[in-house]
Write a protein that binds this ligand. Structure first.
Ligand code: BG6
Ligand code: MG
Length: 227
């Protein structure tokens, strides 16, 4: 079991952990679902969290039994259209859109010399970090275009760990999505889940929302697990 003193770095999911872009993804995918004739509901919306753009589209098509109705080219066009709409929505992001408690958590980590990287499936992550004004906190951002497989495959958190230059046992990965928790655990890192979707994948540490995430709470919870 990992000890708090072993931890030297943190790998962050972005959407739903640092900022609530999940609502913008939902808004944009809802529009796509209406377009292709798939009924939109909260279960479908939740299942898309953390899933790459093309995989999300496939899931939306499948949910409405439309998976064979579109050519690859038409799918690319649907995904592009969703992305352009989404990019209009994230243009408005400012430092005020950082989720409660996360700015002070990032400051706390920086002040205590922890290393930080970003493990987001989003190709828009650099734009989002810039809008939020927090680029400088991170030693690196995994390029999702470089991945062979998205979350829940461990690859993205393995790469986020390589950016930190640390061993898996020295890293806590933060996620709001079940697919992301599976990815962190597969990478051998300590999984910190935030919110109900993450809870379903049985994270090592769990917080109801971002305002509860702090070094003191993480230390307390890890100490409890150690027993
Ligand atoms: C993840 C989101 O962070 O990024 C998913 O949770 C999204 O909802 C995925 O589909 C890909 O994002 P983008 O910006 O590359 O379309
Ligand atoms: Mg997320």
């Amino acid at each position: 079991m990992v000890h708090f003193s072993d931890i030297k770095g943190f790998a962050f999911d972005l959407d739903g952990v640092i900022t609530d872009t999940a609502r913008f993804h939902e808004q944009a995918w809802h529009r796509t679902a209406d377009q292709v004739g798939t009924k939109w509901d909260q279960a479908l919306a939740s299942s898309l969290r953390g899933i790459s753009r093309m995989d999300s589209l496939e899931m939306i098509l499948k949910a409405g039994h439309h998976e064979n109705d579109y050519s690859e080219q038409e799918k690319e066009a649907l995904a592009d259209e969703k992305n352009h709409y989404y990019q209009q929505l994230i243009k408005k992001l400012t430092p005020n859109d950082i989720l409660p408690g996360m700015k002070s958590f990032l400051d706390e980590l920086k002040d205590n010399d922890y290393l930080m990287s970003v493990a987001s499936a989003s190709k828009n992550a650099p734009t989002i970090l810039q809008g939020l004004g927090i680029n400088d906190y991170f030693i690196g951002v995994v390029d999702p275009a470089s991945l062979h497989a998205g979350k829940p495959d461990p690859e993205i958190f393995v790469k986020a760990g390589q950016l930190l230059g640390l061993q898996a046992g020295q890293i806590i990965g933060l996620e709001d999505a079940a697919a992301g928790i599976r990815s962190i655990k597969g990478a051998g890192q300590t999984a910190l889940g935030i919110g109900p979707a993450a809870k379903t994948a049985d994270p090592d540490l769990y917080f109801n929302d971002t305002s509860e995430v702090s070094l003191a709470n993480i230390r307390d919870d890890l100490t409890k697990i150690e027993g």
